[in-house]
Design a protein around this ligand. Structure first.
Ligand SMILES: Cc1cc2nc3c(=O)[nH]c(=O)nc-3n(C[C@H](O)[C@H](O)[C@H](O)COP(=O)(O)OP(=O)(O)OC[C@H]3O[C@@H](n4cnc5c(N)ncnc54)[C@H](O)[C@@H]3O)c2cc1C
Length: 307
């Protein structure tokens, strides 16, 4: 396997649990992956195709709750969040699959919006979660090597699973993979519940974690700038103050930037074009955490069909 972000580690664990000896080779590990920057709120954002991402996200929702229960993972918390909408629209297809979904009453809709809904979903603290995933992978007997791969044909093994995120652009010569730049701000203030406007062109979110609340955001397609931009900081704070007027700027404790691995559709398929089978699993956009376990299960299903 190649890649040790949330997508690769989840796949590695599932393959080991299914009895396949697995090695992960990766250039970066936590805390240096895009997955470390994820906020991370369960929500199928910026990932297609909808029919598949709906299924993968519900499977992941259930798995995150199971892991929390079974391994007492206190860095996964269930939080309420309200999404505000400019126009009333039908509930998303995933709404049936989660523990709490409610359309807002008109009196609950804030100025500037016409509608909205409240959901309850897992919030994952990625620094702890990625460390736990790696430990679990190793405890199950997984092998890990830190190395850069310039060609998939250099990877040893009967079968290769490619979870390289944005790296797939170069590794697979896949120009469909593009960065969607995300900048966030950390603040030590709890808004009580999350607030969201998930339109990519005007992305706003406040995601309460145990340690900090994550304020966002930006979704800048094709932007490779990996550093914080003060103009974005200013805009994020202005946008978040609209949804959360009590926001106290003196409690800001950090900022970060990550490049989401975006693609017109998540590429999850078996590729038989070379002498050895490759299963690609990349291009999860703004929802790699949200889709991780559903995709990992699909990878295992593909592997078992090929065996
Ligand atoms: C600001 C921000 C907020 C976000 N919030 C959320 C959220 O709330 N919820 C959510 O679900 N998602 C969120 N996301 C999206 C999420 O972070 C990504 O979808 C996810 O991290 C993708 O995971 P990945 O494992 O595919 O990629 P990565 O984490 O980038 O991992 C890719 C791995 O492949 C390795 N690799 C790449 N190329 C090579 C190579 N040639 N050789 C060896 N190794 C290689 C890398 O070193 C790395 O280990 C957010 C993203 C950003 C930027």
């Amino acid at each position: 396997m190649v890649g040790a972000g949330v997508v690769g580690l989840s796949c590695g664990i599932r393959l080991l649990e299914s009895g396949y000896p697995t090695r992960i080779v990766s250039r970066d590990v936590s805390p240096n992956t895009v997955s470390d920057i994820a906020a991370a709120w369960w929500y199928p954002f910026l990932a297609e195709p909808v029919e598949k991402t709906t299924r993968w996200s519900i499977e992941t929702y259930n798995e995150l709750l199971r892991l929390k229960r079974e391994f007492q993972l206190d860095f996964i918390t269930m939080r309420r969040g309200i999404e505000y909408l400019l126009e009333p629209c039908a509930p998303p297809k995933w709404s049936d699959g989660i523990s709490h979904f409610r359309v807002l009453n008109q009196v609950e809709v804030i100025e500037g919006y016409k509608s909205g809904w409240e959901i309850e979903a897992p919030v994952i603290e990625m620094a702890h979660y990625l460390q736990w995933l790696m430990e679990r992978f190793l405890v199950l007997g997984g092998d890990f090597r830190e190395s850069f791969i310039s060609s998939l044909s250099d990877v040893e093994g009967e079968l290769v699973v490619n979870c390289t995120g944005l790296g797939a652009r170069e590794l697979c010569n896949d120009e469909e993979v593009v960065p969607v730049r995300g900048q966030i701000i950390y603040i030590e203030q709890d808004p009580g519940f999350g607030r969201f406007d998930q339109r990519p062109e005007n992305l706003i979110y406040t995601i309460p974690r145990r340690d900090v609340t994550v304020l966002g955001g930006t979704a800048q397609k094709g932007d490779w700038h990996g550093e914080v931009r003060e103009s974005d900081t200013k805009e994020i704070l202005e946008k978040c103050s609209m949804l959360w007027p009590e926001l106290d700027r003196s409690k800001i404790v950090g900022k970060a930037v990550g490049l989401r691995p975006s693609r017109s559709e998540v590429r999850l398929e078996a590729d038989r074009s070379s002498d050895r089978m490759v299963i690609h699993n990349y291009g999860h956009g703004g929802a790699g955490v949200t889709l991780s376990w559903g995709c990992a299960d699909e990878v295992v299903a593909l592997v078992s069909r090929l065996k």
